[in-house]
Design a protein around this ligand. Structure first.
Ligand code: C2E
Ligand code: CA
Ligand code: CA
Ligand code: CA
Length: 279
């Protein structure tokens, strides 16, 4: 038994080493990817559930890996956050999304707003307000053309500096939404202090909406909460027409999901937009 235990330990050790070296490789890969310009942004349209108009697009990062092809964010964002590399990567994302949004405007394509995801680390380590201002002015994009998707953890664990940043940005006309709303914390107190525009209902609730039950209660409650606080609502992960109709009937204002459109490269979005504008 003792020998088996020993072997077990060695095995465990080897697995740990493997995990550590995999993470180091990923970390180095991310650093190189940033230098070599391997990150790309795809954009997923967001629509009004009332009249079907395009209200914005969400920028979603991908890593165009030379050997592995398109790597989805779930495979590298956690390590980017852990290592702090999300700060320079996030800055690139912000600048690129603003640049693209301004380019669409110049081309006469109507994208009212581009939404960018922010990580808690960017607030801890960097000066988000300064970065946003710099990205907007470098691109020549008005603040009202940008939306920032914040998580509950940013607002809840946030110090006074987060509150200052959020107030400053909102004062400029940047839109703010709370991503994955309902999944993070049971406390809603932060909603009193943070001037946000919109709650983004998490897809885990949206996808189970058809089953009725808890998901339906939660979605209904979030929509009512938003309405009484004077906030907008967007549902993410809308995968079929029935869900879109249910959401609309419940009073949800906007929707995003595979039912409407998948995230797509900018050239594809331009084609979709040009088609809609001609129609
Ligand atoms: P998220 O911010 O909640 O983004 C929504 C995710 O849901 C996206 O996955 C999108 O492709 C996916 N999605 C949209 N509609 C549907 C649908 O109808 N059905 C299903 N099953 N999925 C749908 P993606 O692009 O893989 O991004 C995953 C997560 O990675 C994001 O979740 C976000 O947390 C993170 N992420 C992506 N881009 C960025 C970024 O630029 N910065 C930061 N900090 N995080 C990002
Ligand atoms: Ca998001
Ligand atoms: Ca989300
Ligand atoms: Ca999410």
């Amino acid at each position: 038994a003792k020998e088996a235990g020993g072997a077990g330990w060695r095995f465990y050790d080897a697995t740990m080493n493997e995990e550590v070296s995999e993470r180091l490789a990923l970390r180095n890969g991310l650093r190189q990817a940033l230098e070599r310009g391997e990150f790309v942004l795809h954009y997923q349209p967001q629509f009004s559930l009332e009249d079907g108009t395009l209200v914005g697009v969400e920028a979603l990062v991908r890593w165009r890996h030379p050997e592995q092809g398109m790597v989805p964010p779930m495979r590298f964002i956690p390590e980017a956050e852990e290592s702090g590399l999300i700060v320079p990567i996030g800055l690139w994302i912000l600048r690129e999304a603003c640049r693209q949004a301004a380019a669409w405007r110049t081309a006469g394509l109507e994208v009212p707003r581009v939404a960018v995801n922010l990580s808690a680390k960017q607030f801890q380590r960097g000066d988000v307000a300064a970065d946003v201002l710099e990205a907007l002015s470098a691109a020549g994009l008005p603040p009202t053309g940008l939306e920032l998707e914040l998580t509950e953890s940013i607002l809840l664990r946030g110090a006074d500096t987060v509150l200052d940043t959020v107030r400053r940005l909102r004062g400029l006309g940047v839109h703010l939404s709370i991503d994955d709303f309902g999944t993070g914390y049971s406390s809603l107190a932060y909603l009193q202090h943070f001037p946000v525009d919109k709650l983004k209902i998490d897809q885990s609730f949206v996808r189970r909406l058809g089953e009725g039950g808890d998901a339906q209660v939660i979605v209904t409650t979030i929509i009512q909460l938003a309405r009484s606080l004077g906030l907008g609502t967007i549902a993410e992960g809308v995968e079929d027409a029935a869900t879109a109709e249910r959401l609309s009937a419940l009073g949800c204002l906007q929707g995003q999901g595979f039912h409407f459109a998948r995230p797509m490269p900018p050239a594809e979005l331009a084609v979709l937009l040009a088609g809609r504008q001609r129609a």
